[in-house]
Design a protein around this ligand. Structure first.
Ligand code: GDP
Length: 695
């Protein structure tokens, strides 16, 4: 028979995880009683340990769903709070402390709440039972207690003592039973006394004769009867009460005490047929719970079937019966991401690296040219224009190389380019591009809705790229070292570079013209721009003397306008120079490498090209292929193997759509599982019925 109760209690716990539906549960024993009626003492006597919160002002504020699990083979006794994940607690004083904390967590204003605390106790000394301890009824509200407390407790108890639960109504023997709040409350919902067990505590405090008459009460006759107990823990001689007894099993001490009392009084002898003692109370509870649970099996399993049908329907209609688990969702998402990464890696190779690098180096070349050749130091309004032609800083036709200045300029420019730190620049340009592509892949993947995964992937790529870049940029720098000393340009190369640089200059020209146009719109039209630029030019030519530094406006123009005007002058000059250099590059003079000193644009482009060719080859082999190899493996490591079940679960549930899908699947699986358990239980029950009698 015991097996049955255990199974049913297991099913009850399973059902608790399914959901809150009232019909989706199996009955339990609900313990009610007034404060100080001895309710805690009775529960502790059943468990064999002191574990309930105590204290004069301590009101149990939340129901405690207490599941006792008999573990005949085990020695250890321990408790578990399944919702808290604290693990096994073998120290019962710690259980007591935790319960106190959980109770105190309810704000005093709320007084009590119906959010139950779940506690499971495993021990070879407890029976298989499921009990719900409710806050004790109070007679008068204490000074620092809210006035509605009494009412709230009554309402909470009322909710729990509904059928089919069994009511364990605790009353103290030294209080008139007619005044017992517990019995009154239970009478309201169970007028015929069919599912109430009366417990009379503190039997030692009254005459045995009166005690005996209480137990055979006829005024509120109970089918399940009354049980008399003496649950006070006798003080031991081994030490003062201060000494924590929480971990000592008190069952024997109580039983001894009770036996001594009841056997000393003939009123309670075997002939009386009265039910006395904690041991008998346990037996009664087990028997009644088993009967009640078994009686509810049919209706409960019908309720489960209904719920299951609903969940199955939802699964079919909403989710097309697509199976899902947190793991499968993660694995699929990861596969999808790796697939798109593979697609990207097939398209992003040496050619793409080359374009990136060339573009970067083109910019560097343009900067160098602007600094060393095309410069016109007139950005500062206060600096007057030099007497000489501003364009004199550009190379002149000088085929014989008479003017050493151009030779020095080109050599130093070329050296500046090769010593720019190309290793570092090129590596970081490619690494940044890779990172940007990964970011794009993430945002178009399923992971976009998962902050945790986004971060994990981003971290994976940044870490790998950072680690690789460190060595690669040094090694690349060594590869380009020869160019720092000598650069040979063949005639055919020259022709190609000349063509290329024309394109670059033309593009740059377009950029400058577009910027000038935009500026013109911002400044309010061409005429306005001309006026402002005219004024700035006059200042630069020394024809107008600025007062102060021009801050706060000058010449009738605001300082903001002057600022823009200066930008416009810069762009105009830039456009002029670019046009001129474009002509120069296209001119006959630049048709051969022999004139390289006069065509710095072509020569520097050739240098940039050589650097690019070395760098793209190296970066393709080192950075790209290594990254493409390591990254997917790192993803597996970070999002696959190393995640705990909880993390995978948390990940999948971040997406509300997936969360709902998972919930339906889980609910369905759980209900199916419970239903199967119930079927095997009913078989067990029938077998017991058939063979039970023979034993
Ligand atoms: P609760 O407030 O209903 O939980 O009551 P407690 O279990 O805390 O008991 C209230 C008081 O009654 C405590 O001081 C207990 O020691 C005492 N008490 C409990 N059961 C008995 C009993 O059977 N006999 C005697 N004499 N005292 C008891």
């Amino acid at each position: 028979m015991m097996m049955l109760t255990k199974k049913m209690i297991e099913i009850r716990s399973l059902l608790q995880t399914v959901g809150q539906s009232d019909s989706l549960t199996l009955p339990s024993i609900v313990v009610i009683g007034s404060q100080s009626s001895g309710k805690s003492s009775v529960l502790e006597a059943i468990v064999g340990h002191e574990f309930l919160p105590k204290g004069s002002n301590m009101v149990t504020r939340r129901p405690i769903e207490l599941t006792l699990v008999n573990t005949p083979e085990a020695h250890a006794e321990y408790g578990e709070f399944p919702a808290l994940g604290l693990g096994k607690i073998t120290d019962f004083t710690q259980i007591q402390r935790t319960l106190t904390d959980l109770n105190l967590a309810v704000p005093a204003k709320e007084c009590v709440t119906d959010d139950p605390i779940q506690l499971r106790i495993y021990s070879p000394n407890v029976p298989d039972l499921s009990l719900i301890d409710l806050p004790g009824y109070i007679q008068v509200t204490g000074r620092d207690q809210p006035p509605e407390l009494k009412q709230k407790i009554a309402e909470l108890c009322e909710k729990y003592i509904r059928p089919p639960n069994v009511i364990l109504a605790i009353s103290a023997a030294d209080v008139d039973l007619a005044n017992s709040t517990a019995l009154r409350a239970s009478r309201k919902v169970d007028p015929r006394g069919e599912r109430t067990i009366g417990v009379i505590t503190k039997m030692d405090l009254i005459d045995p004769e009166r005690g005996a008459s209480l137990l055979s009460d006829k005024k509120y006759a109970l089918r399940l009867g009354y049980v008399g107990v003496v649950c006070r823990v006798p003080s031991t001689s081994s030490g003062p009460k201060l000494f924590s007894r929480g971990n000592n099993n008190i069952t024997t001490a109580i039983a001894k005490n009770e036996n001594a009392y009841f056997s000393a009084h003939a009123e309670f002898g075997p002939d009386s047929h009265l039910n006395v003692g904690t041991k008998n109370l346990r037996k009664t509870l087990m028997h009644v719970l088993e009967q009640t649970m078994a009686g509810s099996l049919k209706t409960t399993s019908e309720a489960i079937q209904r719920e299951l049908a609903e969940a199955t329907y939802e699964y079919k209609v909403q989710y097309n019966e697509r199976p899902i688990s947190a793991e499968s969702y993660l694995a699929e998402s990861l596969d999808g991401f790796k697939h798109s990464f593979r697609g990207f890696s097939e398209q992003f190779g040496r050619q793409q690296v080359r374009e990136l690098l060339k573009h970067e180096l083109d910019q560097q070349v343009l900067n160098l040219l602007a600094q060393r050749y095309w410069n016109r130091p007139f950005d500062d309004l206060t600096v007057p224009l030099p007497e000489t032609d501003p364009l004199s800083a550009l190379p002149k036709a000088d085929p014989e190389g008479e003017n050493a200045i151009w030779q020095i300029k080109l050599d130093s420019s070329s050296a500046a380019l090769t010593k720019l730190g190309v290793g570092r620049i090129a590596t970081s340009v490619v690494a940044n591009a890779l990172q940007a592509h990964i970011d794009r892949l993430i945002s178009t993947s399923r992971f976009s809705a998962h902050p945790f995964a986004r971060q994990a992937i981003t971290e994976a790529s940044t870490t790998i790229l950072k680690d690789l870049s460190y060595d690669i940029s040094d090694e690349l720098e060594i590869c380009i070292k020869p160019y720092k000393y000598r650069i040979e340009v063949e005639e055919h190369e020259w022709a190609k570079r000349r063509e290329n640089v024309s394109t670059t200059l033309r593009e740059e020209l377009k950029v400058a013209e577009a910027a000038a146009k935009k500026l013109e719109e911002q400044m309010g039209g061409r005429k306005k721009v001309r006026d402002v630029m005219g004024f700035i030019d006059r200042v630069r030519e020394g024809k107008v003397v600025l007062e102060g530094d021009g801050i706060g406006g000058a010449g009738g123009f605001s300082s903001a306008l002057l600022e823009k005007g200066r930008e416009a002058v810069f762009l105009r000059d830039r456009v002029d120079i670019l046009k001129m250099r474009l002509l120069a590059v296209k001119s006959k003079q630049c048709a051969t490498r022999k004139n390289k000193y006069h065509c710095p644009e072509v020569f520097l482009d050739a240098v940039a090209d050589k650097l690019t060719t070395t760098a793209d080859l190296f970066l393709d082999a080192e950075l790209l292929s290594k990254f493409y190899y390591i990254f997917p493996r790192e993803l597996d490591a970070r999002l696959g193997r190393s995640l705990s079940q909880t993390e995978v679960e948390r990940f999948a549930r971040e997406d509300p759509k997936i969360r709902r899908h998972l919930d339906v699947v889980r609910r369905k699986e759980l209900l199916e599982h419970v239903l199967k358990e119930m079927q095997s239980l009913r078989q067990l029950e029938q077998r017991e019925k058939r063979y039970g009698g023979r034993k």
